[in-house]
Design a protein around this ligand. Structure first.
Ligand code: DAH
Length: 341
């Protein structure tokens, strides 16, 4: 579909939103054969320089229809609920069962959770299992088991929050590596989404609280080529775009070699745009071959097994995919923002 026919579809949807009932609306646009579902499948055929706008417009249409579906559910619920008299005296000791029924409106999932679910779906289809990250951890899992001995200067890269009794809010999801490596038998293919914390001065690109998604793959004879292929496959599926990738050197104590995974900008095909800061490339995540000391700390023989791991920012990828310019929008709790997704 080209842009003029997309405009036609837009006006058709706007008209149908007013006239069709929700079952018909859902069937016509969002079912397997739905007109809008087809456009999502079609995104790969849209010329690269129009992909970003096309994606934004069809996402907006989907959000509009979903909002209408939600509204109609809420209206039906309101109809079913008995009216309460807000002026009647209310005894706060009344047992829950006897309290007047107060409407609990249904919410929707937050954009970050929608994206985490999408990641889980893709990784599951690639054979990974999913484990949730802890939200409070200890020095061993945050540092020692990841080859940061006490006093190692690389600890400074992860300035985070400590409790008075020596626990730590994880600054990355790599805190789960040791547990996964210890408790599972190779082949290990696990993805760990989780909330992490950094002692940051916040700005449009930095937050003190964010989500990361860690991945671990351990088996016999695993190489950098397996790592590049796996991460590329995930990103191409998620971003619905063919990508050029490159890796460049980085530093993490828990990998050797340590890499930064960079992709060609899916929005401008390397011509340069605001999403990629006019460089044509976007640095997306840290990754590398798991350091033998990390395998050793989980009692795995590094002569027999090798593997790779990665960690990316869920917020960052969400922002790139949805063209969100300011990370702080994601946690500001503004309904105006949240209702767009
Ligand atoms: N934990 C790193 C960070 O937050 C990211 C990372 C780098 C995770 C390399 C990995 C890895 O698993 O292998 O900065």
């Amino acid at each position: 579909m080209n842009m003029p026919s997309l405009s036609k579809l837009e006006s058709k949807i706007l008209k149908d939103l007013k006239s069709l009932d929700t079952t018909k609306l859902k069937k016509k646009y969002l079912s397997k054969e739905g007109l809008l579902t087809k456009e999502f499948a079609n995104i790969k055929n849209v010329p690269n320089d129009q992909k970003s706008e096309f994606g934004k417009r069809i996402n907006k249409l989907k959000a509009l229809i979903n909002k209408e579906l939600d509204n109609s559910k809420t209206k039906a619920k309101i109809k079913r609920s008995p009216r309460i008299d807000p002026t009647a005296p209310f005894d706060c000791n009344t047992h829950n069962d006897k309290k007047p029924h107060i409407l609990d409106l249904e919410g929707s999932s937050h954009i970050l959770m929608q994206e985490v679910n999408r990641f889980n779906e893709i990784f599951t289809s690639m054979g990974f299992d999913i484990v949730e990250c802890r939200q409070v951890d200890d020095d061993y899992h945050m540092f020692e088991s990841l080859n940061f001995p006490k006093g190692h200067p690389a600890r400074d890269m992860y300035d985070t929050f400590w409790t008075e009794d020596g626990f730590v809010l994880p600054a990355h999801t790599s805190t789960m590596q040791n547990r996964i490596l210890r408790n599972k038998k190779p082949p290990i293919r696990t993805v760990i989404p989780g909330r992490v914390y950094r002692n940051e001065a916040t700005d449009a690109g930095h937050e003190h609280t964010l989500y990361q998604c860690e991945g671990i793959y351990v088996d016999k004879d695993i190489s950098v080529a397996n790592m590049i292929a796996t991460i590329t496959e995930f990103l191409e599926t998620y971003l619905e775009s063919k990508l050029e990738v490159k890796i460049q050197p980085a530093y993490f104590p828990f990998t050797e070699p340590d890499c930064e995974f960079t992709i060609s900008c899916p929005f401008c095909s390397k011509k340069g745009c605001s999403t990629c800061g006019y460089s044509g490339w976007i640095e997306l995540m840290g990754c590398g071959i798991i350091h033998p000391n990390v395998l050793k700390s989980a009692n795995l023989d590094s002569n027999e097994y090798s593997g790779f791991a990665w960690g990316f920012g869920v917020d960052r990828l969400t922002m790139i995919k949805n063209n969100i310019p300011e990370i702080r929008h994601l946690r500001a709790g503004s309904l105006k923002f949240l209702r767009e997704y």
